[in-house]
Write a protein that binds this ligand. Structure first.
Ligand code: G
Ligand code: G
Ligand code: MN
Ligand code: NA
Length: 249
């Protein structure tokens, strides 16, 4: 297909770009990390979002090369900010490949990023589809000193049992819970439960999709460790992210 052929070209020629979104301490004042988000800078169609091309990359096997490019760009950028961590989204297909830990190690070697500053964001899809392989992969990357965050937490099916079985470091509370806060007391109660699950298990809890001061105040009082969302900053080009970090957001 046309789109696939173009995507293949973009992966080869480096039209795949990385944007970074700040992740704040709970006080909302300090940038403590950034999430790397893939963007396709198309020559004449402009910016194409990952929702459009990641599924195609997964269907065609391009995800491996694309993912490696994103990982390397993100680590290269993060080296410049020694106090921050960088999170990188990893497709279940990447995690399932036996050579994924070796890729991570080689990117760390090449870029000089210290492993403790890299966080890989996985979704529970990997744990459901192939729990054995997921466990092996998670253990292997954690043994490099890299951390694991469970993305979109709370939206899937058996999240709670997976939290016990898999060694993870951080939970990213899905932004739908934060969005629903405006809808009243029940939504707040559910969000509190989700946060408390993470806290009770000793995980760092990151809230996503924070758009208003009211949401930030609720999340801070609820005991979230970190916050991310348009209130603090949108995903931006690496250069712009550098300036935002120096400014404090
Ligand atoms: O940036 P945006 O909010 O449009 O991202 C949409 C979705 O694409 C998110 O769920 C995000 O996790 C996913 N995504 C963004 N960048 C990457 C990437 O580099 N690899 C993978 N596998 N998913 C990504
Ligand atoms: O699935 P994942 O959590 O990786 O998705 C990240 C996506 O969330 C990115 O596409 C990013 O643009 C989007 N995002 C980040 N902050 C906000 C926010 O405050 N509100 C909304 N609606 N989307 C956000
Ligand atoms: Mn993510
Ligand atoms: Na996320």
């Amino acid at each position: 297909r046309f789109f696939e052929r173009e995507l293949r070209g973009a992966v080869l020629t480096g039209e795949i770009d990385v944007h970074l979104q700040p992740i704040m301490a709970a006080d909302g004042r300090r940038v403590v990390g950034v999430e790397a988000l893939a963007r396709w800078n198309h020559s004449y169609r402009g910016l194409i979002m990952p929702g459009e091309f990641i599924p195609v990359a997964e269907d065609t096997g391009l995800i491996h090369q694309l993912g490696a490019t994103v990982l390397k760009r993100a680590c290269q950028a993060a080296v410049a900010w020694p106090d921050l961590f960088v999170t990188v989204n990893v497709s279940p297909l990447q995690m399932r490949r036996g050579d994924f830990p070796a890729l991570v190690q080689s990117v760390l070697n090449e870029t000089g990023l210290s492993p403790g500053r890299l966080v890989l964001e996985i979704t529970e899809g990997i744990m459901i589809d192939d729990p054995e392989k997921a466990l092996v992969a998670i253990r292997a990357v954690r043994s490099l000193g890299v951390k694991i965050a469970l993305d979109d937490f709370g939206t899937g099916f058996s999240s709670l049992s997976y939290l016990r079985k898999f060694p993870i470091d951080k939970l990213k509370v899905d932004r739908s819970f934060v969005r629903d806060l405006d809808m009243g007391a029940e939504a707040g109660a559910i969000l509190l439960c989700v946060i408390n699950v993470g806290r009770a298990l000793g995980l760092e809890v990151i809230a996503e999709g924070v758009e208003t001061e009211e949401q930030a105040t609720f999340l801070r009082n609820a005991g979230c460790d970190q916050m991310q969302g348009f209130l603090f900053g949108r995903p931006m080009e690496i250069g712009e992210a550098g300036r935002a970090i120096r400014r404090g957001r």
